[in-house]
Write a protein that binds this ligand. Structure first.
Ligand SMILES: C[S@@+](CC[C@H](N)C(=O)[O-])C[C@H]1O[C@@H](n2cnc3c(N)ncnc32)[C@H](O)[C@@H]1O
Length: 417
């Protein structure tokens, strides 16, 4: 039996046919759009294409292991709103999940999305062409051979394209693997999904006070994710978590480079330890070591989101000091973000369950209020100058504001359309 058809994989296939994940009601598309990372179109524009890509260029997206379609619906909707030419292809092994994405897309009247039932491992045979961007969110860690899967995705990338990955991280999932180990005996993967679900529900009703899962509020799949969420968290037949180090190795071994972890500042330990001597010491270390330290210190990372590109492709970002560049926000409008800055010029920001304060220049509010995704930096600077900020101070203040808010994945720059 090949790894892809072993008992774990058979059980994985049964899981997603029985409990499509995440649990979604297509009619909810009338009420809200889920926004997240990876695969927010503005993030892709910046972290994958450095802000250089023209929005008029045809954009082909593959959602590899799309599940019930949160990323596919988000990116297809964002492309439709911005009249971007291109298509989003949803690939998944499970028919049940594809049926739900189809319904969601229908409610939204999206015409730029299509569906393919099949395995990532069969991608070379599917003849789907090359993709500018591939989303692979919450999938690699369930596969029999994640390295092989990543290499297959790499082959499907167009030159200069990139991938948005999400994989589980161990520390923030404390408690999950203990229960998975116990449930492997109580609800073996050879049992039918409904039987296994019944067992986990009984166990959860009587979970001892001391179970680590009870004190872990880094995720809520078992509390608010319905049957699909509970099953995916505690009964998934193959589930491995990656430390920063393990993920970095996987990315290196498959010939990719990291554009960024999301949010970049979350992986910078200087925001976690205020002691100046320790900060100086950590700043001497390379980015990987700093990220490893941040993961260990914070202890609350339950996933890692990372944008990667082929190692041999050049990765350059639009110069944030260029007066022709167009600053743009990820999602939250600039004036709203500005209103969240405290009178002390500190911006409270949540890295999941961890609240951190970011010092910003007082003038950050003024810049933010002027960013509309259309004005160039030059035009913004003219307005700030007219307000009386001394000319020679403006650029350093802008660059400090940009650097901080970019590291929070909030503010980017692009070339003019
Ligand atoms: C945890 S869900 C993630 C869904 C979605 N990407 C998300 O983030 O919400 C994993 C999905 O991967 C799919 N999957 C598992 N193995 C696969 C394979 N070899 N090829 C394609 N899809 C696969 C499953 O059917 C399931 O829908």
């Amino acid at each position: 039996m090949t790894k892809e058809h072993d008992q774990q994989d058979i059980s994985l296939a049964e899981q997603y046919e029985s409990y499509p994940y995440p649990e979604r009601n297509p009619l909810d598309e009338k009420k809200r759009l889920f926004i997240g990372s990876p695969s927010h179109l503005n993030e892709i524009d910046y972290w994958v294409f450095g802000g250089h890509r023209k929005t008029s260029d045809t954009f082909r997206v593959l959602i590899a292991g799309c599940g019930t379609g949160d990323a596919a619906i988000m990116v297809a909707q964002q492309m439709a709103r911005q009249n971007r030419p291109g298509e989003v292809i949803c690939l998944d092994r499970a028919n049940a999940v594809l049926n739900i994405v189809k319904e969601r897309a229908k409610v939204r009247e999206l015409t730029n999305i299509c569906f393919v039932q099949g395995s990532i491992f069969d991608l070379p045979k599917l003849d789907l062409g090359k993709f500018d961007y591939i989303d692979c969110c919450g999938v690699l860690h369930h596969l029999p051979d994640p390295e092989q899967a990543l290499l297959i995705l790499k082959d499907a990338l167009a030159v200069g394209g990139g991938i948005g990955l999400m994989v589980y991280a161990p520390h923030g999932r404390t408690g999950v693997y203990m229960l998975q180990d116990a449930l492997a005996h109580l609800a073996p993967i050879t049992d039918k999904p409904a039987q296994r679900l019944d067992v986990v529900k009984r166990v959860m009703r009587h979970l001892p006070q001391t179970a680590w899962l009870r004190g872990n509020n880094n995720f809520g799949d078992h509390l608010t994710g319905g049957d699909a969420g509970l099953y995916d968290l505690l009964l998934n037949p193959r589930d491995r978590a990656y430390t920063v180090d393990a993920l970095w190795d996987l990315i290196d071994h498959t010939g990719f480079q990291i554009s960024c972890f999301v949010e970049p500042a979350r992986y910078d330990p200087k925001y976690l330890i205020a002691d100046p001597k320790m900060r100086d010491k950590m700043e001497q270390m390379d980015a990987r070591t700093q990220a490893v330290i941040a993961e260990g210190l914070a202890g609350n990372m339950a996933t890692h989101v990372v944008y990667i590109r082929r190692a041999e492709d050049n990765l350059s970002f639009v110069d944030p000091a260029s007066l022709d560049s167009i600053p743009f926000m990820r999602e939250k409008p600039g004036d709203i973000l500005a209103s969240e800055i405290l009178p002390s010029n500190l911006l409270p920001f949540a890295f999941g369950t961890l609240n951190v304060m970011f010092p910003l220049p007082a003038q950050a509010r003024g810049f933010l209020g002027l960013i509309d995704g259309k004005r160039s930096l030059g035009e913004i600077i003219e307005v700030v100058k007219a307000r009386g900020v001394p000319e020679k101070k403006i650029m350093p203040l802008w660059l400090e504001t940009f650097d901080k808010l970019r590291s929070l994945n909030q503010l980017f720059v692009r070339v003019a359309k």
